[in-house]
Design a binder for this molecule. Structure first.
Ligand code: UD1
Ligand code: MG
Length: 448
């Protein structure tokens, strides 16, 4: 990569068809905003400068960009007068930049980085302008790529401005375009709005470029790459496509998915080989599952690291800050939050472990609860190695149970239990001989 790279991401569209208060490009796919997908791709191809063009109608988009990339990466287009006008809005933010720039759309953010890399390379090798195109099954609505006799790209004609012959062309414009920055802005300055929509079309830079003696190239990719999102229906389609990709990638990396269609990933989910995932499992953000673990059916896992050989579920909920060591067992109806489990520790049934450290080989009985919250603050529970927590123990934090200690079943533990001790905190049992029989007899006496 010899030439410097930059990216201009267009995000000034209104997105009214989403029918949402949330701006379109902040809607998420795989747990990541579409805009962040576009930014990640731009950074992935080595764009040293990334400028996002935003409208004035949704300040949240500009704030999002400023937070992620800095205020200098925000360019405001006001009012939106077309895609060429939008790209021009980024000119100032790229002042002094000498290199190649790619234009992408924040609402079509799934063009793979490899494709954009190839577009940059095509342009760098052959000079001029390069456009990413695709053969549309139904090209209605897309700009058509009209080739000249020599196979070069002659011009792009928008649907509304196309004649019948041009409309018959299936080779369509994805919107992704790559050019030398200086040339691009020079050409953009010549774009006029004398077209059916009365807008400044970015696509016009192709004909203008050719007229000025620049070469123009098309790189074709699959239509699915350019999937755009304009509505909640299309958002769900994009999500489905993303999930398909993740499931396939997981299986190709050696993960067993018994029912792939019912397993949901986030963009950053990391699953090592020889992990088995049973049906109906949801992975939120920030999950890592190490080799050989098994995630049983119906688990909801978020912000958790699962150690090698561990078993989780069925019906377990792992929340952010969960770190399970090797060969840990988390059974059914167990919730874990902000807690660590040492090797071979287990909580097999009906348990809440929050803000806690559980030592290696500790066994938490059925119904163990860490009482971590007093309505104002959170407190930590420390459970040592080889500890045995009796069923239905309430551990009122802050509290420590030392190594090898036991707690008696049904205890409410409010004081530390020393290593090797038994902590019991419950009323002693008394048996009242004959009470039940007498009671039954009294209740069953016929009424006078
Ligand atoms: C555009 C292309 C068309 C291509 C299609 C692919 C033009 C003139 N046409 O058409 O050739 O086949 O995309 O989907 O470029 N935007 C702004 N400011 C504006 C207008 C648009 O930021 O003033 C942004 C939108 O948010 C969107 C993108 O640019 O992300 C494309 O705009 P859109 O109105 O969807 O263009 P199309 O008519 O679909
Ligand atoms: Mg569009």
């Amino acid at each position: 990569m010899s030439r410097a790279r930059a990216a201009i991401i267009l995000a000034a569209g209104q997105g009214t068809r989403m029918k949402s208060e949330l701006p379109k490009v902040l809607h998420q796919v795989g747990g990541r905003a579409m805009l962040d997908w576009a930014i990640a791709t731009a950074q992935g191809v080595g764009a040293a400068r990334v400028v996002v063009v935003v409208g004035t109608h949704s300040p949240a988009v500009g704030e999002h960009v400023a937070k992620r990339l800095g205020a200098e990466s925000v360019a405001i287009q006001d009012p939106p007068l077309g895609t060429a006008h939008a790209v021009r809005a980024a000119e100032q933010a790229l002042a002094g930049f000498d290199g190649d720039v790619v234009v992408t759309y924040a609402d079509a953010p799934f063009v793979p980085a490899e494709r954009i890399e190839a577009l940059f390379n095509l342009r760098a090798d052959k000079g001029g302008l390069a456009v990413l195109g695709f053969e549309a099954a139904d090209p209605t609505g897309y700009g058509r790529l009209i080739l000249s006799a020599d196979g070069a790209l002659d011009r792009i004609v928008e649907q509304r401005d196309a004649n019948e012959a041009e409309r018959a062309v299936k080779l369509s414009n994805s919107g992704v375009l790559c050019a030398d920055a200086k040339t691009l802005f020079q050409l953009l300055a010549q774009v006029r709005n004398d077209n059916a929509k009365g807008e400044y079309y970015l696509t016009d830079v192709v004909a203008l470029g050719r007229a000025a003696g620049h070469k123009t190239h098309v790189l074709t990719g699959p239509e699915s790459d350019t999937l755009g999102v304009n509505s909640k229906v299309e958002l769900a389609e994009a999500e489905a496509q993303f999930q398909q990709r993740m499931r396939r990638a997981a299986m190709e990396a050696g993960v067993t998915l018994i029912d792939p269609a019912s397993v949901f990933f986030s963009y950053d989910t990391v699953i090592e080989s020889d992990v088995t995932i049973e049906p109906n499992v949801y992975f939120g953000l920030g999950v890592k599952v190490a080799k050989g673990a098994r995630i049983k059916a119906y688990c909801h896992i978020d912000g958790a690291e699962i150690g090698p050989g561990s078993n989780v579920g069925p019906f377990a909920r792992l929340r952010p800050g969960t770190k399970l060591g090797p060969n840990v067992k988390i059974g059914n109806f167990v919730e874990v939050k902000n807690a660590t489990f040492g090797a071979k520790a287990q909580a097999s049934h009906l348990t809440y472990v929050g803000d806690a450290d559980v030592g290696a080989r500790a066994n938490l009985g059925c119904g163990t609860i860490t009482c971590n919250y007093d309505g104002f603050s959170k407190f930590r529970t420390t459970i040592g190695e080889d500890v045995f927590i009796g069923s239905d123990t309430a551990l009122v934090a802050p509290v420590t149970v030392g190594d090898r200690a036991y707690t008696g079943t049904g205890s409410v533990i409010t004081k530390d239990v020393p290593p090797g001790a038994l902590g019991v905190a419950r009323a002693r049992q008394t048996n009242i001989e004959g009470w039940a029989d007498k009671n039954r007899a009294a209740k069953q006496k016929p009424k006078p």
